[in-house]
Design a protein around this ligand. Structure first.
Ligand code: B12
Ligand code: SF4
Length: 437
């Protein structure tokens, strides 16, 4: 190895995004891996949404992140480097839940969070005793991580590079979600002083907090929000809508500089419409109105395809969203990610259509729904998105919400993606049982 060893970090993607890439966020996973890398290493990023992967470059090790839908491309990239003898380490959601599969394409796999094990792995690599699996297990109620690195993102244009996490973990354990099995069953928060010190280094206003639920434990979130109130930041994040049961918390959120919040409403009908995370005392429409009235844009996400969804769910959902009027609705096809209870259920029931991971992305139907055909689910998803992004629907919700110009622009951008897509049938037809793991 050279005096200064070189690490390449890859964010895999099979398609470029054109100019829309300027509205993307940099991968926080790799910002954290870079931050956990000892100083003697040079770190180079290849974010395939922006860059070509430097396959002929001179690197001592290549680290590749992978969500499930990225796994096929991650393995292609890994195989190419390994064919030249460059060691590859895979990490992230997918290699964590399927480490044996990932090890077919990697010299080592990090199972779980990088921070506790990454420096040791690199040390082992330099000393020629790399192990196959490095495992970190989430523990306790405190999160201690280094400030994510931004310097190695230079030269690319993102919406903002000011992204961070304040907490990890989630106790709700929704059957379709990877977060609880991955990050643990409790909210682990960083020390408020550490978060505020990191935020004070930001020289621009726009900041995105990538927690799954920054308000999951309000008592621990409050001191952070109080401190943010004096920093003049404008930030967006994600939370469970139930926080709006507490009007004081909504006011504090607005005072802290929050301009937009993403909430998972999941379903307008049935079992998943009444999840404790979305609130219990007040209607969802009233909770959303409360947040809107505080000047915060609400993006609400819905899922189609639960077992208690029949063909009427599409129409019902569109009408439900008209009454709640979140500024930006998003729609997902239910996707059984490996590692979740849903995946195990569908596997046991023989309902997975295949395991082509590149289509596990919320935009394909990869399982047999209980009350409709895969094709009907796919068509319903396409129609609901189109219906919700007709100009009259956009204008109606934009007029009810705050930040009208910006939300109009985001709605128009989203509409472009929806109406610009081909609308071809991407429901996956049943394949032979042998193809289903
Ligand atoms: C923010 C976010 C987004 C953002 C930003 C993405 C970005 N550019 O970073 C946006 C909105 C764009 C997004 C989009 C999508 N997302 Co998203 N997203 C998240 C969220 C909430 C946080 C991600 C994050 O930054 N985490 C913080 C980092 C630090 O954690 P991490 O990525 O796990 O990385 C750590 C470890 O995994 C490990 N690690 C990761 N990579 C590597 C690599 C190496 C070499 C090593 C050693 C270690 C390592 O170390 C890291 C530090 O501890 C997660 C949920 C979650 N809690 O992670 C969902 C999540 C990752 N998203 C998910 C999905 C499905 C999607 C979409 C496909 C949804 C869709 N159809 O639109 C798209 C795909 C976008 C794409 N580019 O391809 C799923 C993934 C499920 C799965 N099993 O694959 C998650 C888990 C949500 C969920 N509840 O199920 N997402
Ligand atoms: S509340 Fe959100 S992050 Fe938590 S398990 Fe459910 S979907 Fe996942």
């Amino acid at each position: 190895m050279a005096d200064r060893p070189r690490l390449l970090l890859v964010y895999p993607s099979t398609h470029g995004l054109g100019w829309v890439r300027r509205f993307q966020l940099p991968p926080l996973s790799l910002k954290q891996v870079a931050a956990s890398t000892p100083d003697e290493w040079d770190v180079v990023l290849a974010d395939e949404l922006h860059d070509e992967v430097p396959f002929d470059g001179d690197f001592d090790v290549v680290g590749i992140t992978s969500m499930t839908h990225q796994a096929v491309r991650a393995y292609e990239v890994a195989d190419r480097f390994r064919s030249r003898g460059v060691p590859v380490v895979l990490g992230g959601m997918h290699p964590t839940v399927l480490p044996d599969e990932a090890l077919e394409h990697a010299d080592a796999v990090v199972v779980g969070e990088a921070e506790p094990v990454w420096a040791r792995l690199l040390g082992d690599l330099r000393e020629g005793r790399l192990e196959r699996v490095y495992r970190s297990v989430p523990e306790g109620h405190r999160l201690t991580i280094p400030w994510s690195r931004r310097d190695f993102l230079a030269g690319r244009r993102y919406l903002t590079t000011q992204t961070l996490q304040v907490s990890r973990g989630c106790p709700y354990d929704c059957p379709f979600c990877t977060v609880t099995p991955y990050f643990g069953r409790s909210f682990r928060y960083r020390d408020p002083e550490d978060v505020l010190a990191e935020l004070r280094t930001f020289d621009r206003k726009l900041t995105v907090i990538l927690d799954d639920n920054i308000l999951g434990d309000p008592a621990r979130a409050r001191p952070i929000l109080e401190g943010m109130a004096g920093l003049g930041l404008r930030w967006g994040g994600q939370a469970s809508l139930r926080f709006a049961e507490d009007p004081g918390l909504v006011r504090l959120l607005a005072r802290s500089g929050c301009i937009g919040i993403f909430v998972g409403l999941e379903s307008a009908v049935g079992e998943h419409a009444h999840h404790p995370k979305t609130g219990s005392h007040t209607s969802q429409a009233d909770l959303i109105k409360r947040v809107r009235d505080a000047g915060i844009v609400v993006e609400a996400s819905m899922i189609f395809g639960f077992d208690d969804h029949d063909e009427s769910v599409f129409e019902t959902t569109v009408r439900f969203l008209e009454s709640c009027a979140p500024s930006l609705p998003t729609f997902h096809v239910l996707t059984p990610y490996p590692g979740t209870a849903l995946f195990r259920q569908f596997q046991e029931e023989g309902r997975l259509l295949h395991t082509d991971w590149s289509r596990y992305d919320h935009g394909h139907v990869v399982f047999r729904p209980r009350q409709m055909t895969p094709d009907r689910l796919y068509r319903g998803w396409v129609e609901a998105r189109r219906e919700a992004y007709r100009w009259p629907s956009i204008l109606s919700r934009v007029m009810k919400g705050p930040a009208r110009l910006v939300t109009f622009a985001y709605n128009a951008l989203r509409r472009g993606g929806i109406y610009g897509s081909d609308g071809h049938d991407r429901s996956d037809q049943p394949v032979s049982a042998g193809d289903v793991r």
